[in-house]
Design a binder for this molecule. Structure first.
Ligand SMILES: Nc1nc2c(ncn2[C@@H]2O[C@H](COP(=O)(O)OP(=O)(O)OP(=O)(O)O)[C@@H](O)[C@H]2O)c(=O)[nH]1
Ligand SMILES: [Mg+2]
Length: 80
């Protein structure tokens, strides 16, 4: 999942538009949850070590992505 998450924008753009939200990623050991979290946060592959407890990150990229997508949609509408 970490390496395979090549088109992050398409995944994020399928989420509903929101100002902020809490998202819990929960799964089996070595399920690549940490890899996914840091891929979303830093937009790069981080070689994660097994998590003790839990990781938490505030990701502003989601909102940025929504803004970019809205701008793109507005531009597309104007062209029509
Ligand atoms: N081959 C391969 N390995 C990956 C990929 N994504 C992540 N990994 C590796 O899989 C291992 C587990 O990833 P983690 O993100 O630590 O998994 P986790 O779900 O957080 O696991 P725990 O913290 O132990 O519960 C790490 O060694 C990663 O480097 C991938 O796309 N391909
Ligand atoms: Mg982990």
């Amino acid at each position: 999942m970490g390496n395979g998450l090549s088109d992050q924008t398409s995944i994020l753009s399928s989420l509903p538009s929101f100002q902020s939200s809490h998202i819990v990623i929960w799964g089996l050991d070595c399920g690549r949850m940490t890899t996914l979290l840091y891929r979303l946060q830093f937009n790069e592959f981080v070689n994660a070590v097994p998590t003790k407890g839990f990781n938490t990150e505030k990701i502003k990229k989601l909102h940025d992505t929504m803004i970019k997508r809205r701008k793109m949609l507005r531009q597309q509408k104007k062209k029509r």
